[in-house]
Design a protein around this ligand. Structure first.
Ligand SMILES: NC(=O)c1ccc[n+]([C@@H]2O[C@H](COP(=O)([O-])OP(=O)(O)OC[C@H]3O[C@@H](n4cnc5c(N)ncnc54)[C@H](O)[C@@H]3O)[C@@H](O)[C@H]2O)c1
Length: 277
């Protein structure tokens, strides 16, 4: 187990799932962690269970994220790691998505990451410090996974591709400043993602308990899917091993490579069809 004693981290989306598991893994390694989430009650309970500091924050609100980073910085001291992990899913096709759902998914999954990176890097620059940013993308950052292609998740795909793109752009800019960027790309992980997303959506008036958003899995090999699910604690261990190894893309499941290679074959096919120019 690597040693995080004396190091500090801010984790968004920390009240459940992968975010909470990241906090547990970091605390177990000796790090001091500041936890944040939009689900204030669960956050308080979860932070108390780890003896960690916490503050609620909706990552889609730039000013609130700025305040969060300042607060974490003043309570823990300079931060070494940002885990921009908060995320939501609203299944469906982009062809008939409601504007409110487009704004909701992009607000959390894309703008939430941008707000956190901006606030974190600003303080890094003010203090001339290096550090690390772990952005939670998805297998949906790397491809439109074959086993789930019958389930439209267009907004999620779009937002998670954007996370990979943000990470890729920022790593080029920030490497000379000693700030490393990695994108965690989990495959299926046991969590409350759909339920928590529905709760957040309902809190914003975009759906009700009687109108939850849920994917139609009737064409999916659910037996295979069930076998692929990994505990959040395992995904967190892989994430920290990826940081230690200095990986830019941190995948959690071997099968993700097949999907990524299929995408690359599409790119190659374009070149082959058109020939040299
Ligand atoms: N579970 C999976 O299979 C899986 C796979 C790939 C990627 N991911 C990604 O992992 C991340 C964590 O998801 P998870 O699966 O642990 O789900 P989760 O729902 O257990 O955790 C997400 C947390 O983010 C919080 N959150 C939602 N909207 C927020 C907002 N506006 N501001 C602050 N916090 C907010 C939720 O309250 C929740 O606690 C997400 O970015 C998700 O897209 C999950």
């Amino acid at each position: 187990m690597d040693d995080w004693r004396g190091r500090t981290a801010l984790v968004t989306g920390a009240a459940d799932g992968i975010g909470f598991a990241l906090c547990e893994a970091l605390v177990a390694r000796g790090a001091r962690v500041f936890m944040s989430d939009v689900a204030a009650e669960r956050l308080k309970e979860r932070a108390a269970s780890l003896g960690a500091a916490c503050a609620p924050c909706d990552v889609s609100d730039a000013a609130a994220v700025d305040e969060l980073v300042s607060r974490a910085w003043s309570e823990l001291g300079p931060l070494d790691l940002l885990c921009a992990n908060a995320g939501v899913i609203v299944p469906g096709s982009i062809l008939d998505a409601k504007q409110a759902d487009i704004d909701l998914v992009l607000g959390v999954n894309v703008w939430g990451v941008v707000h956190a990176c901006r606030a974190f890097v600003r303080r890094m620059r003010e203090t001339g410090r290096g550090g690390e940013m772990l952005l939670t993308g998805s297998e949906h950052s790397l491809s439109n996974p074959a086993y789930l292609r019958s389930v439209p998740m267009h907004l999620y795909n779009l937002s998670k591709h954007a996370v990979l793109s943000i990470g890729d752009s920022l790593r080029a800019e920030l490497e000379p400043e000693g700030i490393r960027v990695s994108v965690l790309c989990p495959g299926p992980v046991v969590s409350g993602l759909l339920e928590n997303s529905n709760a957040y959506r309902a809190s914003r008036g975009g759906g009700t308990k009687r109108d939850p958003s849920s994917p139609d899995l009737s064409d999916v090999d659910t037996e295979r899917l069930a076998k692929l699910y990994m505990p959040a604690s395992r995904a967190a261990e892989i994430a920290l091993a990826g940081l230690r190894a200095g990986a830019f893309v941190i995948p959690t499941h071997a099968f993700e490579l097949e999907d990524a290679e299929a995408r690359f074959r599409d790119v190659r096919a374009g070149f082959e069809l058109l020939g040299p120019s």
